[in-house]
Design a protein around this ligand. Structure first.
Ligand code: ADP
Ligand code: MG
Length: 139
């Protein structure tokens, strides 16, 4: 059965450009309920752990540097079939390939600085949500 939650990060460049508000608005307008939300700056260790699956990829070190370069906004989003629905809303990893109207098309500047993260499976959504939020921070 498709899960009800996904996890998102609004990445540093999108936050510093003032896009957190517009992105959250787009998320709400698209029918997601925001059930947890906060701003924070990742430590290097946290960023390395979060992107552990990409450790062998050539862009790993740069990605970690980028993700710790400034504050991010993290959130848990609820909707039927949340993971797939949110991946559709954010668009392709490379914003040049993202469809019109998607968050990455609207707010990303490059493959690395692609505005947002979205979980890729129900299992990872649960792991990522628990990584950032205590149960007392989830509503
Ligand atoms: P997605 O975020 O769409 O799930 P991936 O999980 O493949 O994409 O990659 C994780 C993140 O790593 C991307 O969101 C992006 O910030 C960065 N990234 C992916 N591919 C590249 C690349 N070729 N060059 C630089 N950064 C990349
Ligand atoms: Mg991914």
């Amino acid at each position: 059965m498709a899960g009800k939650i996904t996890f998102t990060i609004i990445k540093p460049r999108a936050v510093s450009k003032g896009f957190a508000g517009p992105i959250l608005n787009k998320i709400s307008e698209s029918g997601f309920k925001i059930s947890a939300l906060k701003m924070l700056q990742l430590t290097r260790k946290e960023a390395e752990t979060f992107y552990e699956v990409h450790r062998e990829r050539p862009f790993y070190n740069e990605l970690v540097e980028f993700m710790i370069s400034g504050p991010i906004v993290v959130g848990i989003l609820e909707k039927e079939n949340a993971v797939e629905a949110y991946r559709r809303l954010i668009g392709a990893t490379d914003p040049a390939k993202a469809e019109e109207g998607t968050i990455r098309k609207l707010y990303a500047e490059s493959v690395q600085a692609n505005a947002v993260h979205g979980s890729d499976s129900d299992e990872n959504a649960a792991i990522e949500a628990a990584f950032f939020f205590a149960s007392s921070e989830r509503f």
